[in-house]
Unconditional design. Structure first.
Length: 509
């Protein structure tokens, strides 16, 4: 069997392959990747066990969407959703579970504890069995998450229907396990992406992948019901295909793959729309670099436009059917468009998000909310770690950023030779941050004090995080690189253990 020397994975077997070809193919999975996947699976199960039901980010809303769609085949209603409607969210079954097991007051409240003793659960099972028929299918109440496109919820409706006979808490547990598959898929896609970027340098490939797998917020989010899990996997796969496109040259398959994944990301969550301009950049870079014939250019460009066009039509039809726009969970459709956009005020607000206010700059809009809250506390895991841990993470992140800048200077010639890949990665970074800041600013213009930039929104770019760390460590002297890489992984393991342990004591101590 032929082997792909870049990734280490076996080539696809022929049509006459023996039945045990799959076993041989699995046996050829690189040992580092297999070990990382084992660790990732362990982390997913651990987070699933220690985190009570509905305690993930907006998990009750996501479950309500899945349940109503799976039970009735219809989309839930987004109209009228607000904080005042939260207690009536979801089906009778879900509302009773949130109320009777003390799961609703537990959300975001570190002083509360769930009703988890044996007598509590015994009484809950009696109540659950006494619920009238239709208690699972009456969750058409106002749900803010209903503004999201339906792809994730349609996918999750399949395991819901398969395990519909289980009690609600076990159903939640199973759906979380299915979400962990998206997390594991992200790990595999990260391995393949690092192989494209670093070539045959296996230790860099392993380091980049392990850093992503051990990122505390990513692994904890992967053990909850949330559309971001699928979005992260699709965005990582999109970046992989975009890098292959600019690196290997355009072909029908290499053009259709990132186009289809960009469409899928857009139909998973409105934030997935940022992949569309990145796709345009990748197509332009591939044309500049490889210069296909005019007829081939028209054929491939038409294929990409047709794929994206079908996706945008589906996205538009969903927006009309749900009476909302899905970008950033519908917030764009609700943004204040009557207040004049002020370029100077916008740039000042973005500047003060990262750096102190300079003399003469306009006063920023909104609360004192910026880099530390999003890129440190939010990205590494809001509410998971103590303040002292976040201070250490901020210092280490600053050191890592300085090291990355130094690595760019040292490896500048190498980066110039790989400029097509660098441009695609920068396009994903800049486009995502620009959309986040623009949407947040428009919301603040409407006197909405709620920030639309949170650390979870950075996770679709988690692959850039892993690649940047491996690149920085790779620029160190040969004797220091293994030590630095080992220290980073050891710290990541310690953070994961700390996060799981802290969560366990938070809810059950």
């Amino acid at each position: 069997m032929a082997t792909d020397t870049t990734t280490g994975l076996g080539a696809a077997p022929g049509p006459l392959a023996r039945p045990w070809a799959l076993r041989r193919r699995l046996a050829r999975v690189p040992v580092p990747l297999a070990l990382i996947l084992v660790v990732g699976a362990f982390l997913s199960v651990a987070w699933d066990v220690v985190t009570p039901a509905f305690q993930g980010p907006d998990e009750a809303k996501h479950f309500a969407y899945i349940q109503y769609f799976a039970e009735t085949g219809h989309l839930p209603n987004a109209n009228g959703a607000s904080e005042a409607t939260e207690p009536s969210l979801g089906s009778t079954e879900e509302r009773e579970a949130l109320t009777y097991l003390d799961l609703r007051p537990l959300i975001g409240n570190r002083t509360e504890r769930p009703a988890w003793t044996a007598p509590d659960l015994g009484l809950w099972h009696l109540l659950e069995r006494s619920m009238p028929r239709g208690s699972r299918a009456n969750g058409a109440n106002a749900n803010a998450i209903a503004k999201n496109p339906p792809l994730y919820y349609a996918v999750m409706a399949i395991p819901y229907r398969v395990f519909i006979w289980l009690p609600v808490l076990k159903r939640v547990f199973v759906l979380r396990l299915v979400n962990s598959l998206f997390y594991l898929a992200t790990i595999v896609l990260m391995w393949l992406l690092a192989g494209e970027v670093f070539g045959a340098v296996r230790w860099k490939q392993a380091l980049a992948t392990a850093v992503v797998a051990l990122q505390s917020y990513l692994s904890s989010l992967g053990a909850t019901i949330n559309a971001d899990n699928l979005l992260i996997a699709l965005t990582t796969g999109f970046l992989l295909c975009a890098v292959r496109l600019v690196r290997r040259g355009p072909s029908l398959g290499r053009v259709l793959a990132p186009s289809a994944l960009a469409v899928a990301a857009s139909l998973t969550h409105g934030r997935g729309l940022v992949t569309l301009p990145v796709l345009a950049v990748a197509l332009a870079v591939a044309w500049i670099t490889h210069r296909p014939a005019p007829r081939e250019t028209l054929r491939l460009g038409g294929a990409a436009l047709a794929t994206v066009g079908v996706g945008l039509v589906a996205y538009t039809l969903f927006g009309k059917s749900s009476s909302s726009g899905g970008l950033y969970g519908g917030q764009v459709g609700e943004l204040n468009t009557h207040t004049k956009f002020k370029v100077g005020q916008f740039l000042s607000t973005v500047w003060q998000f990262y750096l102190p206010k300079l003399p003469g700059f306009p006063t920023r809009l909104g609360p004192n909310f910026g880099y530390r809250q999003v890129f440190i506390q939010g990205f590494y895991g809001q509410g998971i770690f103590a303040p002292t841990v976040f201070k250490a993470l901020q210092a280490l992140s600053a050191i890592g950023l300085l090291g990355f800048c130094a690595a760019v200077v040292v490896r500048w010639r190498q980066l110039r030779r790989a400029w097509p890949i660098v441009v695609v990665m920068l396009a994903l970074l800049v486009t995502t941050l620009a959309f986040l800041h623009y949407v947040s600013y428009r919301a603040l213009l409407g006197n909405d004090t709620k920030q639309l930039i949170v650390g979870r929104y950075l996770l679709p770019m988690i692959s850039l995080f892993g690649l940047a760390i491996a690149f920085t460590v790779g620029a160190l002297p040969r004797r220091l690189a293994p030590l630095a890489g080992g220290a980073i992984l050891a710290g990541a393991v310690l953070l994961s253990i700390t996060g799981i342990t802290t969560t366990l004591f938070r809810f059950y101590a």
